[in-house]
Ligand binder design. Structure first.
Ligand SMILES: Cc1ncc(COP(=O)(O)O)c(C=O)c1O
Length: 282
């Protein structure tokens, strides 16, 4: 099932072509996106997603997005959805036609079903490989033009990393900096649990600030946990009581194996975190 909505309030036919062949998003991955989870007709963390869309747009020098129009497009998708209770709504924003000084950005919201693989990972957990991203943890500050921390359409590297994980017998990836600092997954934020404390790396190491991580931390703190944003090292992952990858679509997914080694069983912590996370939307 797919539902396509444009920012002028009209619906499109998701099986028809709309994107011009000279669109910069297609030619160069020059654009940004968001993926919003909708459950039972309610979008989760829509405000933070729209704020991050505006932040990514600013980082790419794209015209400031009309957040009201984006919100209406999301509602339009939800309103016209007749599929399963969960929707992944992609907000896609490209610069427009290359070489055209009057190019209008090309934007749309596309509702899609949640992948079966994501559902399986939510239920059963995942095996993860750590992969060196080849940068130090100070690169975001030293080289802002690398756009680390913006949610750009240039995800070829992220997908290549996931294929490398597959070759290593893993399902997902945790990127590390050259000095062993923990960064993020190709499409997720890393959350580590030690005792009753949750940890996640700071965005300053060159990662996307996660909307789900923030929501999980908020819910966990309400449930009596402590939550800290701190630099982590690979050793912190192996010695943790729980390691999780979190994102809008995968929610809180448990990592059971890291670089081929089985981690401490974290199913009880996982259950508790999932309960706290879901409770805030009940
Ligand atoms: C690189 C990266 N980090 C983190 C996340 C998690 O972000 P969110 O929780 O806002 O979905 C994503 C989501 O796709 C991502 O692509």
């Amino acid at each position: 099932m797919r539902v396509l909505a444009f920012l002028d309030g009209t619906l499109g036919d998701p099986t028809k072509p709309y994107v011009r062949v000279d669109n910069t998003g297609v030619l160069r991955g020059d654009g940004i996106f968001e993926t919003v989870l909708v459950v039972d007709g309610k979008p989760r963390e829509l405000g933070p997603h729209l704020d991050r869309l505006a932040r990514s747009a600013a980082m790419l020098d794209l015209p400031e997005p009309d957040l009201g129009a984006w919100e209406r497009a999301v509602q339009q998708v939800i309103h016209n959805w007749q599929g399963a209770p969960e929707i992944a709504v992609k907000l896609v924003y490209t610069r427009g036609s290359e070489g055209d000084p009057d190019a209008e950005p090309f934007c749309y919201a596309l509702g899609m079903d949640i992948d079966d693989k994501v559902r399986t990972a939510r239920a059963e957990g995942v095996a993860v490989a750590t992969l060196d991203r080849g940068f130090g943890p100070d690169v975001a500050e030293r080289a802002p033009w690398l756009l680390l921390g913006a949610k750009t359409l240039s995800y070829a590297v992220n997908l290549a990393a996931l294929r490398e994980a597959g070759r290593r017998g893993a399902d997902d990836v945790v990127f590390t900096a050259t000095d062993g600092t923990v960064l993020e997954g190709p499409t997720s934020t890393v959350v580590v649990v030690k005792g009753r404390t949750l940890y996640t790396p700071p965005p300053t190491v060159g990662i996307l600030p996660g909307t789900t991580q923030r929501a999980v931390f908020r819910a966990a703190e309400d449930a009596g946990w402590t939550a800290k944003v701190e630099n982590l090292r690979v050793e912190d992952l192996t010695s943790a009581d729980g390691l999780f990858l979190v994102s809008s679509v995968r929610k809180v997914t448990r990592v059971h194996t890291l670089d081929g080694t089985r981690l401490t069983d974290s199913t009880a912590i996982h259950r508790e975190l999932c309960e706290a996370y879901e409770k805030q939307y009940a």
